[in-house]
Ligand binder design. Structure first.
Ligand SMILES: [Zn+2]
Length: 179
């Protein structure tokens, strides 16, 4: 039997961790909130809310959702991301967008919010509608690069390969843009 690859090892580690966490929750009836930084009874978590951050208690989940999109700056950031998504929908020949505000909240980090004009949300696979499961945040340079690749070949596999390459090695290697 061949030795497991790094990727396989990571998957196993993740599965083990998930199983252990589940077991602890079942035995103790508690779950960890990373903002409270302690274990809390499961009833402190919103178990029904779809896509809710798993390790945030109800209070902190609420805080996260309310803090985001509340100030003028965040509102502008949000509408800019949405406008770009609408424009890109046509570029990627997609008939709909399946992203919810909550998906964007979960994806976007404070550094993205700060200079939101420098970032764009794009599909991981342009062959299917952009959604919470099919999205990535990249610099506008990377986006430009990916859009060019897409327009040239209209090939989701080529696009995804380029995206992976740039996520791993940075955007310097954009083959379609000459300086
Ligand atoms: Zn908490």
């Amino acid at each position: 039997m061949p030795a497991p690859t790094e990727k396989e090892k990571k998957v196993v580690t993740k599965l083990c961790a998930a199983a252990i966490i589940k077991r602890i929750e079942a035995i103790t009836g508690n779950r960890y909130c990373k903002e409270c930084n302690k274990m809390l009874p499961l009833e402190n978590f919103d178990l029904q809310l779809k896509n809710a951050p798993r390790f945030l208690c109800k209070t902190h989940t609420k805080e996260l959702y309310h803090s985001w999109g509340y100030g003028t700056h965040d509102k502008r950031a949000f509408s800019t991301f949405k406008a770009k998504l609408q424009a890109d929908r046509k570029i990627f020949d997609q008939d709909r967008i399946e992203i919810k505000k909550r998906d964007i909240v979960n994806l976007v980090k404070p550094e993205h919010l700060q200079n939101f004009g420098e970032w764009a949300i794009i599909p991981k696979n342009p062959g299917v509608p952009i959604s919470g499961q099919n999205m990535e945040i990249v610099s506008i340079y990377m986006r430009r690069c990916l859009v060019r690749r897409w327009k040239k070949h209209k090939d989701p596999a080529q696009y995804t390969a380029l995206l992976d390459q740039m996520l791993q090695h940075g955007a310097q290697g954009c083959p379609d843009i000459k300086n």
